[in-house]
Ligand binder design. Structure first.
Ligand code: SF4
Length: 214
């Protein structure tokens, strides 16, 4: 994908959705961090279902600690991998309380030092909570980066770095959301809906003409 096409690609996504937001529900930076931590290999809908009950009673690190591990497990047991996620979240809350005054740190280094928080989660928090132009490469963005020709790469990190380099800075803060939403609803893994795709004219995906007939 050439520079001019990249500009048009994002201008089109922006026009359709000027203020994109994550589908995870949260009302504070901590709740966002906790929701993202819980969302690994789970759907946003499933996480929201659990956190709608959890966050009103335990929306701070201290309150999660007060629940105790069993209490937390009980509240999130509908989410896949809930035992290890509960353990990670408890430990993360302990560190937030002991080392960060109960607040979520704003640096990648401090975020990635939290149990259950990897580069992708740190990128989501830096981007969605703190407005940093980071790019959390999940399965959708990895696929889109390669399929569209926007940022071909063999690893999520390679795709992340290419996206950061190639996306015009004015689109960088929101690009993460546009790409995820586009991947989730239009440029789907098995059968991309090229016939209904607003950015088809700028996309390098060759079979799009035949796929559009599905
Ligand atoms: S044209 Fe098809 S492959 Fe390209 S972005 Fe749109 S849905 Fe995805």
């Amino acid at each position: 994908m050439k520079t001019a096409q990249i500009e048009s690609f994002f201008a089109t996504l922006q026009a359709a959705n000027p203020m994109p937001v994550t589908e995870l529900e949260y009302t504070s930076v901590f709740e966002l961090l906790a929701a993202v931590l819980l969302s690994a290999q789970a759907t946003d809908v499933g996480v929201n279902k659990a956190t709608r009950k959890l966050f009103p009673v335990a929306g701070t690190p201290q309150k999660i600690l007060d629940l105790g591990l069993e209490g937390l497990e009980n509240d999130i047991k509908t989410i896949g991998l809930y035992r290890s996620k509960a353990k990670h979240l408890m430990e993360t809350c302990r560190i937030l309380v002991e080392q960060h005054g109960g607040l979520v740190p704003r640096t990648r280094e401090a975020l990635e030092a939290l149990p259950g928080v990897g580069r992708k989660t740190a990128n989501v928090v830096l981007n969605s909570a703190f407005g940093e132009p980071t790019m959390a490469v999940d399965t959708h963005i990895f696929r889109l980066g390669n399929r569209t020709g926007l940022a071909p790469g063999k690893t999520p990190l390679e795709v992340e770095q290419k996206l950061l380099k190639r996306i015009p800075s004015k689109y960088l803060v929101d690009a993460h959301h546009w790409l995820i939403l586009h991947g989730r609803y239009v440029c789907q893994a098995r059968k991309p809906l090229c016939g209904q795709c607003a950015v088809a004219a700028f996309c390098d995906f060759k079979p799009k003409t035949s796929a559009s007939t599905h």
